[in-house]
Design a protein around this ligand. Structure first.
Ligand SMILES: O=C[C@H](O)COP(=O)(O)O
Length: 252
């Protein structure tokens, strides 16, 4: 059985004192369960302190992005080696906000996915359609292309260890959640696409999260479906209590 992965993506929020207070509050309360993995995806400046605070605990720390190159003249960027060196375990790649505002493409996401594995980082690859694409019945074609391109060239073992986050763009930060049936249908089709490019066994191992206005009041329904294995949560992950409720939902 796949474990549930609940990741709180803080995006560009919190100052250092707020970030550390959150982790101090949460770290001892993360359920000691093998069924759920809890991750905070924090801004770059806090990664070092948070990794130190969470060392030896059940709470993992992720970056929200990285460059695919090892090093070089890329002012303002952060390399996979830097994240690995800090002790970060996961990295969010291809979030729709990176695709929309920072020119992230399927090609750069693919390069970053390879770079993540090279540095022992678990990639959380985000995919999802716009409202226009959904209304034009293009959701599955679009998402399938994003998934296939992101995974291109990976070994079956690497694919099995990739986390996919299905986030319909129209549901992010809007309060509009995809119904659990609709979200699960897309997640099941994503698994089917992975099956086609790898093996059934590999596809069954892939953790597929849903993201988009997930909160304590709707997470149970989402996690009760066949193919949603967790959540990538923005707004509702910013408060410790709400984040812990989301993680708790993963143990049921
Ligand atoms: O990475 C998280 C997603 O963009 C979802 O954000 P949200 O929970 O605020 O809708």
């Amino acid at each position: 059985m796949r474990k549930k992965v609940i990741a709180g993506n803080w995006k560009m929020n919190k100052v250092l004192s707020e970030a550390t207070a959150f982790v101090d509050d949460v770290v001892g309360k993360v359920p000691n369960s093998d069924q759920v993995e809890a991750i905070v995806c924090a801004p770059f400046p806090y990664l070092s302190s948070l990794v130190e605070k969470t060392n030896g605990t059940k709470l993992r720390v992720a970056a929200q992005n990285m460059h695919f190159e090892e090093n070089g003249a890329f002012t303002g960027e952060v390399s996979p080696a830097m994240l690995q060196d800090l002790g970060v375990t996961h990295v969010v790649l291809g979030h729709s906000e990176r695709r929309e505002y920072f020119a992230e493409t399927d090609e750069t996401v693919n390069k970053k996915t390879h770079a993540a594995f090279k540095h022992d980082l678990t990639p959380i690859v985000c995919v999802g359609e716009t409202l226009e694409q959904r209304e034009a019945n293009q959701t599955m074609d679009h998402v399938a292309t994003q998934v296939k391109k992101a995974l291109e060239g990976l070994s079956d073992e690497q694919v099995a260890n990739t986390i996919i986050a299905y986030e319909p763009i129209w549901a992010i930060g809007t309060g509009k959640t995809a119904s659990s049936e609709d979200a699960n249908e897309v997640c099941a089709q994503i698994r089917q696409v992975i099956k086609e490019v790898t093996t059934e066994d590999t596809a069954e191992k892939v953790v597929i999260q849903y993201g988009g206005s997930v909160k304590p009041s709707n997470i149970d329904e989402l996690l009760a479906t066949s193919d949603i294995d967790g959540a990538l949560v923005g707004g509702a992950s910013l408060e410790a209590e709400s984040f812990l409720q989301l993680v708790e939902a993963g143990t049921k």
